[in-house]
Design a protein around this ligand. Structure first.
Ligand code: DON
Length: 319
């Protein structure tokens, strides 16, 4: 009895807790000056570095926010799990595993070496190679059809119509030599399933979709809600496929920093060089942040700290 009484019992999380931790994470990290905007996509260097937004969206669609919620930033790599989800929805989780792979590379997101190192050229859909391959695998009759499916799927996750930030698209496509190399290498190894330049264009457009911090929270909340958008009620992914997708996010969402991330927060998550991060507490809620300055691995510095803080405060790390 004494032992039972002494065991730490965590009280259920209340609405007030959600708003408190979001406010605290925002004020704790808003003045942090570490990291720098991505500049290998030239236009990303011009996004104001001080912008910072933190949001929790619950599986019921309730929103708790602090900071920047309106600015539309480019989704970049945060789009990758959602297009992986489209492949699962269209063709099943097995196809994703066999035709792309699910193994973390432990290497930077744009690694060409990863393609040479692993048997069967298997990577995972969260690094550039696997994400370009995922776009090429979408069932489509034309480039336009491929694009409409990719965009429509991300819109279904966000629960609203979205637009491409054309300046970001132009800036990235004009400087896409590294990704073009990856697409061509994959094609050479029969691990790309459409014309390489078409896959590169659609992938680059996907990365240039504009979203705000709240949209990102809603996308994560759809995964927290077992594949159903909490506001529109639309199912985007079968319930059975959600754990597989979250597993890939847990092992590869932060690239070569994924181990460090699991150690810090213990949650499946995905980052992007536009400054977005989304983390999912399965069956409960999502935490999303936006802040452009990145660390060496390409992950938002204020964002990863803020999410780590919230996960610890609410005691929701999975491990
Ligand atoms: O392909 C690229 O390099 C970018 N469109 C996306 C990379 C990215 O977001 C990596 N994330 N941290």
């Amino acid at each position: 009895l004494i032992l039972l009484c002494a065991a730490p019992v965590r009280a259920a999380i209340t609405e007030a807790d959600y708003q408190r931790v979001v406010d605290e994470a925002y004020s704790k990290y808003k003045d942090l000056k570490e990291g720098a905007n991505a500049d290998y996509i030239p236009i990303l260097a011009t996004v104001p570095s001080e912008m910072f937004g933190v949001v929790i969206v619950t599986r019921e669609g309730k929103v708790y926010s602090a900071g920047e919620m309106d600015y539309e930033f480019s989704i970049q790599s945060v789009s990758k799990p959602f297009t992986a989800s489209l492949i699962m929805a269209e063709q099943g989780a097995k196809t994703l595993r066999e035709k792309i792979g699910v193994e973390p590379t432990g290497l930077p997101f744009n690694s060409k070496m990863a393609l040479e190192l692993y048997p069967e050229r298997s990577v995972n859909p969260l690094v550039n190679a696997g994400a370009i391959a995922a776009v090429s695998l979408v069932q489509a009759s034309s480039e336009e059809d491929r694009w409409n499916k990719v965009l429509g799927n991300i819109e279904a996750y966000a629960g609203r119509d979205l637009k491409v930030l054309e300046e970001v698209y132009k800036s990235e496509y004009e400087t896409s030599w590294s990704n073009r190399g990856i697409a061509n290498l994959l094609y050479n190894y029969e691990r790309l399933y459409s014309d390489p330049e078409e896959a590169l264009r659609v992938y680059t457009r996907q990365c240039s979709i504009g979203i705000n911090t709240r949209d990102l929270g809603m996308m994560g909340a759809t995964l927290a809600n077992e594949g159903v958008n909490p506001v529109t009620g639309k199912r985007v992914l079968d319930k059975e496929d959600v754990p597989e997708l979250l597993a890939i996010m847990a092992t590869a969402g932060f690239y070569d920093e994924s181990g460090e991330w699991m150690y810090r927060a213990g949650l499946p998550a995905k980052t992007g060089v536009g400054g977005g991060i989304v983390a999912v507490v399965p069956g409960k809620f999502a935490i999303a942040t936006f802040s452009p300055p990145l660390n060496e691995a390409g992950n938002s510095v204020r964002g990863l700290r803020a999410i780590g803080y919230i996960a610890a405060e609410l005691g929701v790390g999975l491990y």
